[in-house]
Design a protein around this ligand. Structure first.
Ligand code: BGC
Length: 513
C-alpha cells in the first residue's frame, strides 16, 4: 500500500480556480497573492487543504489545462516565488496545498511539441503520440494533422490544441505505436517525475492529477496505466513519501492499485453522481432517487477492499454549480451528506455560500458551458463583490449580476446561513474519526424515491448513524445498536425510541449508536 501523509485522513479540501478567487493587483484576474491573502478565510471555514487548478504558463485555450511550461507560474498569476510563499503561508496556518498536474497532454505551444513537430529527429520526437504518416490517424483518438514538417498525425487528448504525451501503448499493434517501456515513453514518464520533483521540493504537498487514468493508449482495463503510476509511486515513496496524490480517474479499484491515495467520483460515466445533485430530479431536490448511486458506490467500495477513498466534490470547474439545481435549505442537506462520506470532501470555492451558475455567459478560455460555474468569488457587497478593483468590464468573467447574490461577508455574520451550516458540519466531521476519510461505511437506506439516505460510519469503537432526508416524508431508520447522543441535526431533533430513529422530511441527523 502507498505510503501516505497523515494529514490527508482528516483533510477537508477547498478547490480554487485561481482566475476567479481574488485579484490583488487590479488587473481583473485572480492571482496567487490573492489566494494567500484569503487563506485565513478558508481556514476559518474549517478547510485544511486546497486544490488549485493549473496556474502554470499557458496560452489558456483550456483555462490552463493546456500547459506550455510546467515549471513556471503564469505571469498573470504572479511568480514562482509567490507560489512558494503561498505554500509557506499555508503551512504556517497548518494547511496543505495540492497543485494540478496535467500529465496527459500539453498545449501545442509547449516547446516540447514544437520540437516534436520537426522533421529531423531530436530529443522530443517521441514525446507525443504520433503516427508515421499524415494519412494514418491514431484510431480511437482525435488527431492533429497537416501542421508540421513531420510526416505524421499526432493524437490529441481533449481539445485540438492539446496533443497527447507519449506513455506508450498497452499492446502496440502498428509500427509507430511505441511500447510502454520504449525509450520515448520512458523519457516522458521521467520528464513528468522531474515536474513533480520541481514543485514538491519547493513545498507543494502533492497533486490532483488530471485525467490520470488515460495515459497509456489502448489500455482498456487500465493495466498499463496502473503500472505506470506504480512506477511513479516507487519514485514518490523514495523521494517524497509525504506527497499526497489524488486522481481524476473515477475507478478507485484501478487508481488505488496505481498508488494514488484517493480518487474522485466523477460527474460523467457510470458514477450516478448527477442523480444526487444535477439532473431533472436530483435526490437532494427531494423527489429523486439515490439508489443507483448507492449501488455503484458499494460496488467501487468493495472492489477497492473497502477502502473509503472516493472523494465526492460539491462541484468543480467542469460542472454546473450545485445551486443551479438544489435550492434553499436542501443545500444544507447536500453538505450534510458530502461532509459525512468517506474520502476527502472537496468544496468548490463559493459553493459554501451557494454561489449561482451565471446564465448566458460567453465562453471564456475554453469554458463553454462551464463558464457560468467559474465566475468571481463573491466576498462582500463592495464593487465587483470585493473580487477586484478593476473596472467591471475588465473582469476575467463577469460577476453574477443578481442583486441578491450571496456574499461571504454577509453569510459569516448569519448563524443560519449556508456557510455557517457548512462550517458547523466540518467541525462535527473533524471531531469524529468515524466521519473522516478512512472510517468505514455501511448503507442502511439507499435513498430510493421517497426514502432518505442512511448509513453507519465507524472507526474503532465509534459508530455514527447518518440520516439525510431531503424528501417530504418522515423517516424511521432501525439499526442494530442503541442510538444515543445526537452529534448533529438540522431541521428538527431526531426522535429516538428503542433501536430506531425518526427524522422529519427536510432534515438530517448524525446519531451515535
Ligand atoms: C479538467 C478540465 C480540462 C480537461 C482537459 C479535465 O478533467 O478538469 O477542466 O478541460 O481535463 O485537461
Amino acid at each position: 500500500m502507498a505510503k501516505r501523509p497523515e494529514w490527508l485522513d482528516s483533510a477537508v479540501f477547498y478547490e480554487i480556480y485561481p482566475q476567479s478567487f481574488k485579484d490583488t493587483d487590479g488587473d481583473g484576474i485572480g492571482n496567487i497573492n490573492g489566494i494567500t491573502e484569503k487563506l485565513p478565510y478558508i481556514k476559518e471555514l474549517g478547510c485544511t487543504a486546497i486544490w488549485m487548478n493549473p496556474c502554470f504558463d499557458s496560452p489558456f485555450g483550456d483555462a490552463g489545462y493546456d500547459v506550455s511550461d510546467y515549471c513556471k507560474v503564469a505571469p498573470r498569476y504572479g511568480t514562482n516565488d509567490d507560489l512558494v510563499h503561498l505554500f509557506d503561508e499555508a503551512h504556517r496556518l497548518g494547511m496543505h496545498v495540492l497543485l494540478d498536474l496535467v500529465p496527459g497532454h500539453t498545449s501545442w505551444e509547449h516547446p516540447w511539441f514544437k520540437e516534436s513537430m520537426k522533421a529531423e529527429r531530436n530529443e522530443y520526437t517521441d514525446r507525443y503520440v504520433w503516427t508515421d504518416s499524415i494519412w494514418e490517424r491514431p484510431e480511437g483518438y482525435g488527431s492533429l494533422r497537416g501542421i508540421s514538417e513531420r510526416d505524421g498525425s499526432c493524437a490529441v487528448n481533449f481539445f485540438t490544441h492539446q496533443p497527447a504525451l507519449n506513455y506508450g501503448w498497452y499492446k502496440p499493434s502498428r509500427p509507430w505505436q511505441q511500447a510502454m517501456d520504449s525509450e520515448g515513453a520512458t523519457a516522458t514518464r521521467e520528464a513528468m517525475k522531474d515536474v513533480m520533483r520541481f514543485w514538491l521540493s519547493r513545498g507543494c504537498d502533492g497533486f490532483r492529477v488530471d485525467m490520470a487514468g488515460s495515459l497509456v493508449k489502448n489500455d482498456e482495463d487500465g493495466k498499463g496505466t496502473i503500472a505506470l503510476w506504480q512506477n511513479v509511486r516507487a519514485f514518490l515513496d523514495e523521494e517524497f513519501p509525504e506527497a499526497a496524490m489524488v486522481s481524476e480517474w473515477g475507478e478507485p479499484r484501478q487508481s488505488l492499485a496505481g498508488g494514488f491515495h484517493m480518487d474522485f467520483l466523477l460527474h460523467f460515466g457510470e458514477s450516478h453522481y448527477n442523480d444526487l445533485f444535477r439532473c431533472g430530479k436530483p435526490f437532494f431536490g427531494g423527489k429523486g432517487d439515490a439508489s443507483a448511486f448507492v449501488a455503484k458506490y458499494i460496488d467501487s467500495y468493495e472492489r477497492s477492499q473497502r477502502r473509503g477513498l472516493i472523494c465526492i466534490p460539491s462541484g468543480n470547474h467542469d460542472m454546473d454549480r450545485l445551486a443551479r439545481h438544489i435550492k434553499g435549505d436542501a443545500r444544507k442537506l447536500a453538505f450534510a451528506f458530502l461532509l459525512s462520506m468517506p474520502g476527502a470532501p472537496y468544496i468548490y470555492y463559493g459553493d459554501e455560500i451557494g454561489m449561482n451558475y451565471v446564465e448566458g455567459l460567453r465562453s471564456v478560455e475554453g469554458g463553454y458551458g462551464r463558464t457560468g460555474s467559474r465566475s468571481p468569488m463573491q466576498w462582500d457587497s463592495s464593487a465587483n463583490a470585493g473580487f477586484s478593483s478593476a473596472p467591471a468590464e475588465k473582469l476575467y468573467i463577469p460577476i453574477d449580476p443578481d442583486p441578491a447574490r450571496p456574499t461571504a461577508k454577509a453569510q459569516m455574520k448569519d448563524a443560519d446561513s449556508l456557510r455557517s451550516e457548512v462550517k458547523k458540519l466540518i467541525g462535527v466531521r473533524q471531531a469524529h474519526k468515524a466521519l473522516q476519510s478512512l472510517g468505514e461505511i455501511e448503507f442502511v437506506c439507499d435513498g430510493a424515491p421517497g426514502k432518505p439516505l442512511a448509513y453507519i460510519r465507524s472507526s474503532g469503537d465509534e459508530r455514527i448513524l447518518v440520516i439525510v432526508n431531503p424528501t417530504d416524508n418522515t423517516a424511521d431508520i432501525t439499526v442494530n445498536g442503541t442510538p444515543g447522543e445526537t452529534v448533529y441535526s438540522f431541521g428538527g431533533a431526531p426522535v429516538i425510541s428503542g433501536n430506531s430513529v425518526r427524522i422529519n422530511g427536510g432534515s438530517a441527523a448524525f446519531v451515535k449508536i
